[in-house]
Design a protein around this ligand. Sequence first.
Ligand code: NAP
Length: 307
Amino acid sequence: MNSGKILSGKKVAEEIRAEAARDVAELAGSGVRPQLDVVLVGDDPASKVYVGSKARACDRLGMASNTHRLPEDVAQARVLDLVHALNADPEVDGILVQLPLPGSLDTHRILDAVDPAKDVDGFHPTNVGLLQQGRPRLVPCTPLGIMELLRREGIGVEGRRAVVVGRSDIVGKPMAMLLLHAHATVTLCHSRTRDLASVTRQAEILIVAAGRRALIGPDHVAEGAVVIDVGMHRLTTEDEVESLFPGDEERRRRFADKGSVLTGDVDFVRVLPRAARITPVPGGVGPLTIAKLMANTVAAARWRRGV
Ligand code: NAP
């Protein structure tokens, strides 16, 4: 495996966290301790894991965090009351509503209720609009982390053809907007895109956030492209692991240990020979997202408190 090609999100995430930790120490000098409050509704196991790692990340940086757990069948009014209370609490710098919310709740209404100044996920329409206008304030963490990875790895964006697969509000759309503002020529693909491979083969920078395991194979990728894989999927059988990672003893060992291994939207092993640079799963985009959440919370604390 050509490890020089592999973009380590983990390494860049460590750099971002180290900078956030320095900021936290500096803010402590002004008597400020940034605080992130997470709203977790229901018992979704993946959400619980994500919320746990966000709380641990805050802890490690010396930031305060609270998780507000609400039952699956909670009334919408109760969630809104909690969000309003967090908006009004001067100690709270960042509010994150863990998605997905149960189907009985109106996700837009709840996200719209978050104070835009505390919206560290960047999902509030005010922050979405500011990003659209090219004057970003709080920007969704995953695309922000990817831009940071490209910048720190010296991968130029200006004037290059970038293709984003996936048009979600969380990843695809803000990703396309950030690339556009960085002067890339951007194409945004989705499930109705005809002949996806012919479009993605145009990409010098290909960013995949489709939520489809191994959607992108070698035929989708131009020789020398930079490939960023946002997808996250759990392989739960040995056959799945062997078909995507043939002969990969390390991954087999991890599977034997944990009963599953992660993979992305890109068929990593088969795309690797064509790509100039490529992010792995795990260790690629995932760590960047949490690191940027920490950085966004510190930034929100600075702006709102004027320090
Ligand atoms: P999402 O809301 O489900 O959106 C998926 C997008 O992909 C949609 O726009 C969909 O098109 C498009 N799509 C689906 N199948 C496609 C296909 N066959 N060809 C082309 N486009 C297709 O997903 P998301 O929230 O953006 O997340 C995407 C993936 O990233 C998931 O695996 C998620 O777990 C992962 N993720 C990872 C991180 C991280 O930190 N690593 C963060 C966020 C998300 P339509 O709009 O037409 O339906």
